[in-house]
Design a protein around this ligand. Structure first.
Ligand SMILES: NC(=O)c1ccc[n+]([C@@H]2O[C@H](COP(=O)([O-])OP(=O)(O)OC[C@H]3O[C@@H](n4cnc5c(N)ncnc54)[C@H](O)[C@@H]3O)[C@@H](O)[C@H]2O)c1
Length: 337
């Protein structure tokens, strides 16, 4: 492989470790930073497991696997991570203050011409650029889950992002084997804005007992040819991540994005999806299976808020048609969360 410039990935969670796998596969020396060495190592271990699965399927030789893994250096030292890097991709939690603080520290140690990219799903690239004082080289590189597999890369242009930075991003997309689209900085860009609406509506339907979680997903998979139903996808994305995006878009774009009560309740309970082993589904080595606790969560929500379902009777027909219709009206325009 030819010598490529080092890249730094900040945050070794769901997206960070996947982006690191992608850049390492494409031959970039990749520094994978997280707030503790343990978290950075855990990210690298996830890459190792993913590569082992590819090797088992015969898609990688043992030598290629070792070479790719050797391209990744996990670290908790931000300065070392970004030193000499031509590109920094931030995949830390979806909080503006945290991202501003992180970029401010990066700017002190990274080369003055390093591209500063955020993998944010919804936050303003213009604000991030303005608050870090380096707006010309700040832009969005929005990868999709899982980054080594998904074809799209959404390039988000802040108001002051330079043409040169955009050209470098588009060249990078090609080098990573992605198809890119260029999007103006607007809350939720061209993807999250549509994706979270379908996800949130599916959660409201689960709350209302329209169909089971599995059947709501099956409806979109078989009826609309979505490769994965919206609730399973929410589990893959992370319920906390989806809640942060909805909270932000609700503030910016209005009522259509109000987070469902059920989502907030599951996040409070620590049911964050695949990464915690349970969300709308229970996740095992064999994949997702229906999560019985969810029926209880929905039932208790209905009981608490609407006094509709008798304890132990979830799944049986709801008690009273007039009350059901009232419930649907109320939950459909839920203003309590
Ligand atoms: N999950 C998805 O499907 C998805 C898709 C596209 C974009 N995104 C965006 O990517 C970003 C990361 O999401 P995720 O799902 O990987 O989150 P995650 O919760 O899985 O991982 C976040 C990681 O960041 C680390 N972290 C916390 N504070 C940090 C700091 N100050 N510096 C560096 N790392 C820090 C955490 O330890 C954790 O390992 C978010 O902005 C999210 O909106 C997520």
């Amino acid at each position: 492989m030819s010598q490529k410039p080092p890249v730094a990935i900040l945050g070794a969670g769901t997206m960070g470790h996947g982006i690191a796998q992608l850049t390492a596969q494409r031959g970039y020396p990749t520094r994978l930073f997280d707030v503790s060495q343990q978290a950075a190592d855990a990210g690298q271990a996830k890459v190792q497991a993913a590569l082992a699965r590819l090797a088992d399927k015969g898609k990688l030789s043992p030598e290629e696997k070792q070479q790719i893994l050797g391209n990744i250096t996990p670290t908790d030292d931000l300065r070392r991570a970004v030193e000499g890097a031509s590109l920094v991709i931030e995949a830390a939690p979806e909080k503006m203050e945290l991202k501003v603080e992180l970029f401010t520290r990066v700017i002190e140690a990274a080369p003055a011409d390093a591209l500063l990219a955020s993998n944010t799903s919804s936050l303003s690239i213009t604000e991030l650029g303005q608050r870090t004082g380096q707006a010309h080289r700040v832009l969005g590189l929005h990868f999709f889950n899982p980054p080594p597999v998904m074809e799209l890369l959404e390039i988000v242009r802040g108001v002051a992002t330079s043409e040169e930075s955009l050209a470098r991003a588009s060249e990078l997309a090609r080098d990573l084997g992605k198809t890119s689209i260029l999007v103006r900085d607007f809350p939720g860009f061209a993807t999250s804005r549509l994706g979270v609406v379908i996800g949130a509506e599916a959660m409201r339907m689960a709350e209302q007992g329209v169909a089971s979680v599995v059947d709501i997903d099956r409806a979109m998979e078989l009826g609309y040819r979505h490769p994965m139903g919206p609730l399973k996808l929410t589990d893959l994305v992370g319920l906390d991540v989806r809640l942060s995006i909805l909270d932000h878009l609700h503030k910016e774009l209005g009522e259509a994005f109000r987070p469902p009560a059920l989502l907030r309740q599951l996040v409070r309970a620590g049911r964050l999806g695949k990464k915690t082993g349970i969300g709308f589904y229970r996740w095992t080595d064999k994949g997702p299976e229906p999560a019985p606790f969810l029926a209880k969560a929905i039932r208790s929500l209905l009981l608490r808020e609407h006094h509709l379902v008798a304890p132990g009777n979830f799944g049986a027909p709801l008690l009273d048609t007039a009350k059901v219709l009232a419930l649907q009206r109320e939950v459909g325009s839920d203003r309590r969360t």
